[in-house]
Design a binder for this molecule. Structure first.
Ligand code: NAP
Length: 337
């Protein structure tokens, strides 16, 4: 049977890898359950121009590889697989369990950093055409729709950003939003409106996506939000930009979340309602959602976990596992700085 780890980090975006970097530099030998698609949403982007320290910009996947390499350099261990279930202890000093399929891992502290995923419309054809005409990432897929008519769905800043990016590739971008008012910031809306090949179509919402005829041709079936009238629009592809959903399924019923599923933390800390369980990044934050803010909260979670291990007396496991040896060694040794 495995020892009990000091820290298990679930997730591998900027929050997860930064928590790994800090806890590994504190000699806590963190175990990162990073998923198959490690690196989070930044793996789906191209140029990142707003991450400090890279004045010429850096590609998203390259940035995430650097995050991972830096955490590995100081002793982080990785499991490139999905966490499938957790049992989180209610007891201060208790041991938490994380399942990865049939494998079981235990730890004194857990950092939840599973991030968020793109929200789906949930209409017929969306899933079937996903990756084949329906996309959630303009920077990943725009090049497939060169000179075509491209639909963007949504009325927030993400939709404006996607539309403006896609307008450089497509013949025309049709931006479909279910209301006449927009949630997007004024400046983003004005910029999008100023682009000649972006057409605004409101108040409409897609009710289905269908195969059309000819290469790359799809049909978006739209419904007028007020009259209920239906209209078919022929498109090359559609990009859905209606916000994000926190990936909090595996902690449902154990960790307190808000009504949208974002984890609730105690004040400005990363402490959740369970002792020894901390949360960081987009799983908590539906406002800022930047790589740099996620990395910052990963740092906070690492420090919260480190202080918790230092200050919380251990509760022995029923099986008499060799609990906390690494933590004891850590506190006996001089502090890494
Ligand atoms: P958002 O602000 O929550 O906007 C989501 C949009 O999608 C809303 O207009 C919403 O319509 C629509 N929507 C939601 N569910 C829908 C459904 N089932 N069917 C049709 N439409 C639906 O999300 P976001 O645009 O991703 O932005 C999130 C945050 O990131 C914001 O704080 C934003 O400012 C920030 N952000 C900033 C930038 C930037 O500054 N460069 C870029 C991207 C994002 P309703 O309005 O009718 O609810």
């Amino acid at each position: 049977m495995a020892d009990v780890e000091n820290v298990i980090i679930i997730g591998s975006g900027p929050a997860g890898y930064t928590a790994a970097l800090y806890t590994s530099r504190a000699n806590l030998n963190p175990l990162v359950i990073e998923g198959f698609m490690w690196g989070g949403l930044l793996q789906q982007t191209t140029d990142v121009e707003n991450y400090p320290g890279f004045p010429d910009g850096i590609m998203g996947p390259e940035l995430m590889t650097k995050f991972r390499d830096q955490a590995e350099k100081f002793g982080s261990k990785f499991i490139t697989d999905q966490a499938t279930a957790v049992e989180l202890s209610d007891e201060p000093g208790g041991v938490h369990t994380v399942h990865v399929g049939s494998d079981v891992y235990r730890a004194r502290t857990v950092v939840l950093a599973m991030g968020a995923e793109h929200k789906k419309l949930g209409v017929p054809g969306e899933e079937e055409l996903s990756g084949a005409g329906v996309s959630y990432c303009a920077t990943c897929d725009a090049a497939f729709f060169k000179d075509q008519v491209i639909m963007v769905v949504g009325g927030g800043d993400s939709a404006m950003e996607e539309a403006m990016f896609l307008a450089k590739f497509g013949r025309k971008v049709v931006l479909v939003h279910r209301r006449d008012e927009f949630r997007a910031s004024k400046i983003m809306l004005e910029r999008a409106r100023a682009m000649e090949n972006i057409e605004f179509k409101t108040p409409y919402a897609p009710t289905a996506f269908l195969e059309g005829d000819g290469a790359f041709k799809r049909i978006a079936r739209l419904r007028h939000s007020e009259t209920g009238e239906s209209e078919d629009v022929e498109i090359g592809g559609a990009f859905i930009a209606i916000g994000h959903m926190p990936q909090s399924e595996i902690i449902a019923g154990q960790i307190e979340t808000d009504e949208e599923g974002y984890v609730k933390v105690d004040g400005r800390s990363t402490r959740t309602n369970k002792p020894g369980v901390f949360a960081a990044g987009d799983l908590v934050d539906h406002t800022y959602r930047q790589a740099i803010t996620a990395a910052g909260s990963g740092t906070q979670a690492a420090l919260d976990a480190e202080w918790y291990l230092r200050d919380t007396p251990e509760v022995p496991t029923p099986e008499g596992l060799p609990v906390g040896d690494l933590a004891k060694a850590q506190w006996a040794a001089p502090r890494a700085t």
